[in-house]
Design a protein around this ligand. Structure first.
Ligand code: FES
Ligand code: FES
Length: 213
């Protein structure tokens, strides 16, 4: 399949792609879609790696103080993935819509794509990589996902798990509807919501068992 982008479907620069153009691209075919996606991504890359000078920051991630050279416009998702190598935090929409990038900041779920890294100094960031114990024992929510074989492609899984870990800190014994509400800021492109909820409910049960043991 050709990777050539029809100049009529995109503007003369990445910033000129309209919603109409994008939808046209979807109808035309996958090559155009992926090319448009590449251009969106390219504009993000340019913005995140802009010419503005970086600053060496220390941020607490998964219980460790980590140093990174951070641009003032840099998002936490970018820093985690590209500066600290924590690629478990996924980037889906990169615009606070899908929840794939959810991490906990001081125990509260946040979209890491919409948090500037310099604002998390002196706060505690927890990513999916920090959930399991140092001996490799999975977090009860992670174990719930394994137990129930939740998720299809699992791209959305880290975000759902982090959102539910945060939610269960405020409501450790939710019913199914409450847990669904608790993770309603997260989307699954495979639309596997029923199985996901079953897995998260099992994880909540695992958490209660672990705390009663
Ligand atoms: S990537 Fe952050 S909300 Fe979608
Ligand atoms: S399981 Fe594929 S995006 Fe959720």
């Amino acid at each position: 399949m050709s990777e050539t982008v029809d100049p009529k479907l995109i503007g003369s620069s990445p910033g000129t792609i309209s919603r109409r153009d994008f939808i046209k691209g979807v109808i035309v075919g996958g090559a155009t879609v992926s090319s448009a996606g590449y251009l969106f991504r390219a504009s993000t890359l340019l913005a995140q790696s802009g010419a503005v000078g970086g600053r060496l920051l220390t941020i607490n991630v998964n219980g460790q103080n980590r140093r990174a050279d951070v641009m003032k416009q840099e998002t936490l998702a970018w820093t985690l993935r590209h500066k600290l190598g924590l690629t478990g935090t996924k980037l889906g929409c990169d615009r606070a819509e899908c929840g794939s990038c959810t991490v906990l900041i001081d125990d509260v779920p946040h979209y890491a794509c919409s948090v500037l890294t310099h604002t998390v100094r002196n706060r505690k960031v927890l990513t999916i990589e920090g959930l399991a114990s140092s001996d490799g024992t999975l977090h009860p929510i992670q174990q719930g996902v394994v137990d129930e074989q939740g998720f299809q492609c699992a791209f959305c899984m880290p975000g759902f798990i982090m959102a539910s870990v945060g939610f269960l800190k405020t409501n450790p014994n939710p019913n199914r509807a409450e847990l669904a509400q608790g993770v309603s800021g997260n989307l699954c492109r495979c639309q596997d919501y029923d199985k996901i909820l079953t897995a998260l409910m099992r994880g909540a049960e695992n958490m209660r068992s672990a705390s009663n043991a």
